[in-house]
Design a binder for this molecule. Sequence first.
Ligand code: FE2
Ligand code: FE2
Length: 189
Amino acid sequence: MTDRTPNPGGSARQRGPQTAPPAWMPLAKQGNRPPPELYAHLQSHVEAERGLLEEYSAAAEQSQSKALRYLINLLIEDEIRHHRIFTDLVESVKAREVQYADGHWNDEDPIIPHIDFDRTDQAAVIDITEQLLQKEQQDAHELKRLQRELRDTKETTLWSLLVELMERDTQKHIAILRFARKHAGRRRR
Ligand SMILES: [Fe+2]
Ligand SMILES: [Fe+2]
């Protein structure tokens, strides 16, 4: 069964005509209804992030320090991305709730795509993610070496911090690629 199947409450096909769903059955198996408080939590997070973004902007404008402004601008870039992603999450959860209430799933093309690696050549997905993982791991290695070369500049420039941030980004990229590789390796039907 894919998560696109209309199936609020669990289908007869899945659990037999007269059987109640077992208490241990996770929500996902009952039709992927989002956890009840999720929408509210996401929305309050969006608000909090917006407040934070405004504080960052104000701090950047007020400061005479170019270094602080430079760093805050990096944070602002991240926060703008967080805001966009959280907005996508909120809309996805909301759409899912509406569909659950309507009694059928109709989100064939949601804002955040379904995990649909099975639509394509899964072996090719695994191949490409493995190649990219190798590049990222190489990148991580080089950044580490660069970091050692920057040791003496740590007290006087932002360079080492910036390289550290890229090291963290590289770990993030590795996590993304591992996720894709892992899920491409799974059969869904
Ligand atoms: Fe954030
Ligand atoms: Fe990268």
